[in-house]
Design a protein around this ligand. Structure first.
Ligand SMILES: *Cc1c(COP(=O)(O)O)cnc(C)c1O
Length: 435
């Protein structure tokens, strides 16, 4: 091994080494697509190594709701670093974790009273699924070990999470042989604002009724199906799912990793339907995008069921569970959200997105536009070439990362009307240029 003490690359070397050594999400290392080097970020702006400033339309995948480099979050992190950055959670506790868990119980839908802290969204989903399985094992019904989820769903990249992602259009269909076989109902068809059509729940109802003996839980993304299609569906669908789960003795897991903390216009998307799930997964925006952290909440019924079983405890405990630094920033981020008029910000952004999106319907390449809360979607007729279009977006001064036919934005909540306008104009000009 050569000496590795002094590595100090300039910009072009960074990009070359990046392509040589570093995996990116869903990337090839044999035919790598060049990435953009970010050197700093502030507010809604990303600064690239060449000095270019981009308006961020992605909130770094739903996370940075308060924008980048926020003084309050910086302060919370610095203060916690000087106290203790990490300590094991086995046999030890600390105020940042306890305060966070109490806060989450207070702000989430009624009945979610116990909190398990994990490291990332996918792990939070694994924890939720394991809770459901262990609950039924404890109840003496180990045969209830299958899951029912929705087509077009996305729940993460680890194995149990992959097994409940869309089995055909999802990113994981090639793994079908190694994944646990679960049940899938059709994606909800009644759009968020549409009149409810009772037919929409029919197939779900027959699957849950026919398979209740095997079903541990239903897992779904409430109201917004994110990475599986950016679809917004009727709250009535969610209400009916809750009723059917109760009727057939199946737990309901709400994956609010993308929707949690205000993004859809409610603090949690379940509120649109006025329902409480038995288990809820949170992640992404929980720390305002500073640190990786997830939380899986459950009802006392679930926790008591698990703990009354043979094991006497829930069988899970990651090394970085309850990391104090992440918890401290999460507390600061949630306080910041609740102490600001976030509903007004989301309403304002939704209005701005809707008015800007109208103009996109003129383009022949655009099939449909939709917005809910601080989420705006432009669905194209054909899949876009991400590498090619991303270059044009960067030239237009905006950071947007489409997938498939979907060009979408979920900007930071601090985005001003003029920043939203600039973001959407940038996108429009690029799409108009290739129309
Ligand atoms: C992003 C996401 C996950 C996975 O979270 P990671 O932090 O990427 O592991 C799970 N469920 C939903 C709904 C998500 O949007």
């Amino acid at each position: 091994m050569n000496s590795i003490t002094q590595i100090n690359h300039n910009q072009s070397q960074i990009l070359a080494k990046d392509q040589e050594f570093v995996w990116h999400p869903y990337s090839s290392l044999t035919d790598p697509i060049p990435a953009y080097e970010v050197t700093s970020a502030r507010g809604v702006n990303l600064r690239l190594a060449d000095g270019t400033e981009l308006i961020d339309g992605m909130s770094s995948w739903w996370c940075t709701i308060h924008g980048y480099n926020h003084p309050v979050l910086n302060q919370a992190a610095k203060q916690q670093i000087d106290a203790v950055s990490h300590v094991m959670f086995g046999g030890i506790t600390h105020a940042p974790a306890v305060n966070l868990c109490e806060k989450l119980v207070q702000i989430t839908p009624a009945g979610l009273d116990k909190v398990f802290l994990a490291d990332s969204g996918s792990v939070g989903v694994e924890v939720a699924i394991k809770m459901a399985f262990q609950y039924w094992i404890s109840k003496g019904q180990p045969q209830k070990n299958k899951l029912l989820s929705l087509r077009n769903g996305y729940h993460g990249d680890t194995f149990a999470a992959m097994s409940v992602c869309d089995p055909v259009t999802g990113m994981h269909h090639m793994f079908s042989e190694v994944l646990k076989q679960n049940f899938f109902a059709p994606a909800p068809q009644t759009a968020f604002d549409d009149d409810w059509d009772e037919q929409d729940i029919a197939e779900f109802a027959s699957i849950i009724s026919d398979n209740q003996q095997q079903l541990a839980a239903v897992i779904l993304e409430p109201i917004v199906q994110g990475a599986g299609g950016m679809r917004f569906y009727s709250p009535e669908y969610l209400r009916r799912v809750r009723e059917l789960c109760d009727q057939h003795n199946v737990l309901l897991i709400a994956d609010e990793i993308a929707t949690g903390f205000g993004r859809t216009g409610k603090l949690f998307a379940c509120e649109w339907a006025g329902i409480s799930p038995d288990i809820m997964c949170l992640g992404k925006a929980i720390t305002g995008g500073y640190m990786t952290l997830a939380a899986t909440l459950c009802s006392a019924k679930v926790s008591e069921g698990i703990c009354a079983g043979e094991a006497g405890c829930f069988m899970h405990g990651p090394t970085f569970m309850g990391n104090p630094l992440a918890c401290a920033v999460a507390n600061a981020s949630i306080d910041l959200l609740l102490n600001n008029n976030w509903q007004q910000d989301i309403q304002r952004i939704e209005t701005a997105l809707k008015s800007e999106l109208q103009t996109f319907t003129e383009l022949v390449s655009v099939a449909e536009v939709r917005a809910l809360g601080a989420i705006g979607v432009i669905e194209m007729h054909r899949p876009v070439d991400v590498a090619e279009i991303q270059k044009k977006f960067v030239e237009a001064g905006v950071w947007v990362r489409p997938f498939g036919k979907l060009v979408y934005v979920m900007p930071p909540f601090i985005s001003s009307d003029s920043e939203i306008k600039q973001l959407m104009r940038g996108i429009y000009n690029v799409l108009a240029g290739t129309d």
